[in-house]
Design a protein around this ligand. Structure first.
Ligand SMILES: [Zn+2]
Length: 139
């Protein structure tokens, strides 16, 4: 969970919101809630899928960025592409391009928030893919 500052939807005062990502039934979800101590409004939002990018960036700042490393990428390529297609709801070509671009330039296959990585990991573990999760150290 991260605490972020944002404007109250009613009185526009800067207040604190709690933002949380979670996994329910293998689906990524997020929640946002806050109470305005000035006007008394209470705000609650939730949705499935990725956080809006501005909120996601705040979670990354607060909780750090994580990566998933696959040991035998070459042997598991087709299963990994299948997982990415399912998880991200993209085509085989898109999944292939996305993965290839990443593995060509980095030691990991995906980077994101801790919960996003746990979410991917749950799929990879079902397929018995050997992988490692690590925090990316800020340079
Ligand atoms: Zn308010």
């Amino acid at each position: 969970m991260a605490l972020i500052s944002s404007q109250c939807y009613d009185c526009k005062q800067l207040i604190k919101f709690e933002v949380q990502q979670t996994i329910i039934n293998q689906k990524l979800r997020w929640y946002l809630s806050g109470n305005c101590h000035l006007c008394g409004s209470s705000i609650e939002l939730d949705d499935v899928g990725f956080l809006p990018e501005n909120l996601r960036q705040k979670i990354l700042k607060e909780e750090g960025e994580w990566k998933i490393i696959i040991k035998n990428y070459a042997q598991n390529k087709s299963v990994i592409i299948k997982c990415f297609r399912q998880i991200l709801n993209i085509s085989t070509v898109e999944a292939y391009r996305k993965i290839q671009e990443t593995v060509n330039n980095h030691d990991f296959i995906y980077r994101g928030t801790k919960v996003e990585i746990e979410w991917l990991l749950s799929y990879f573990q079902l397929e018995k893919i050997n992988c490692i999760v690590q925090r990316i150290e800020a340079s």
